[in-house]
Design a protein around this ligand. Structure first.
Ligand SMILES: Cc1cc2nc3c(=O)[nH]c(=O)nc-3n(C[C@H](O)[C@H](O)[C@H](O)COP(=O)(O)O)c2cc1C
Length: 262
């Protein structure tokens, strides 16, 4: 192995992290993991060259990649760097997210030769995709990593005769719907442990006053809600409640399987 393998991910509630880690470690146990979940880690964009090999993963938000990561990936540069794209979604659909991630990385100097859409527990409710990625997903992810790597090694040259990877998704991408700023409420069960402020990828939870969450910064990733040991944070908003009800009604009884593209 003479390539440096790097796993790059944004993962507020951990599903993408687990998936990317399994894929990257199936290629090489000495993988370097770049966790872009915290705001401070996204201030300096990463860059890679042709001797690198990267596995890049993000969650699916409303059928797209998170807006925050679209901005970040426009600054993260490759130089004919071979890449594997991964999106993780909450058992509804990944719509155009894998296509968007693939095209964005291609545009910024990466040569994407494999892509996968995997399933994670839905950020809004553990009644949808609960416990995923589970052992079955882990086995598929390992196999995906090994197959991507084997197929890559069979190519003679990364930059010549390059044919972009074909993945599922449509143009134009699903429209990003603007919505009113909102933030989780904090109940009196809060014990001021501060885990919510540490977990927030946007630094929206005030480090001095955990009750105060800046709705203009909140991306509704639910990291603060899921990490709270007291269940003291939740969204009390009709829109989130409606989406959650619809997810439970339509997406809790079917098990989606990972989809892989080479
Ligand atoms: C704002 C938001 C929008 C989401 N949109 C979708 C979606 O369109 N389709 C889907 O299946 N899951 C959707 N999800 C669920 C996440 O993609 C899923 O929970 C994923 O596993 C989260 O990744 P993480 O654990 O790495 O944070 C959404 C979650 C959030 C917070």
């Amino acid at each position: 192995m003479n390539r440096k393998i790097t796993g790059v991910y944004f993962s507020p509630t951990g599903g993408t992290k687990k998936t990317v880690e399994v894929i990257a470690k199936a290629i090489d146990g000495n993988v370097v993991m770049e966790d872009l979940t915290k705001l401070a880690q996204r201030l300096e964009p990463l860059s890679f060259d042709e001797s690198d090999y990267v596995v890049v993963g993000v969650p699916v938000y409303a059928g797209r990649i998170p807006l925050e990561m679209e901005k970040y990936f426009n600054a993260m540069k490759g130089n004919d760097t071979p890449a594997v794209c991964v999106v993780v979604y909450g058992n509804r659909d990944y719509d155009d997210a894998l296509l968007e991630l693939t095209e964005l990385l291609e545009k910024n100097g990466f040569r994407v030769h494999a892509g996968g859409a995997f399933i994670g527990e839905h950020s809004y409710t553990n009644l949808v995709g609960g416990g995923r990625p589970d052992q079955e997903d882990v086995e598929v992810a390992k196999d995906f990593g090994r197959t991507a790597w084997e197929k890559f090694k069979k190519r003679n040259d990364v930059s010549n005769k390059w044919k972009p990877l074909q993945v599922k998704g449509k143009h134009p991408y699903k429209e990003r719907m603007p919505s009113a700023p909102m933030a989780p409420i904090t109940t009196d069960d809060c014990v001021f442990c501060g885990l919510c402020a540490e977990a927030c990828p946007m630094e929206a939870v005030d480090f001095e006053d955990y009750y105060s969450v800046d709705a203009t910064r909140c991306i509704r990733c639910c990291a603060c809600i899921k990490i709270c040991p007291q269940d003291a944070k939740r969204f009390e908003h009709p829109m989130v409640e409606k989406i959650t009800e619809s997810l439970i009604a339509n997406c809790s009884n079917i098990r989606k399987d990972p989809e892989l593209f080479f």
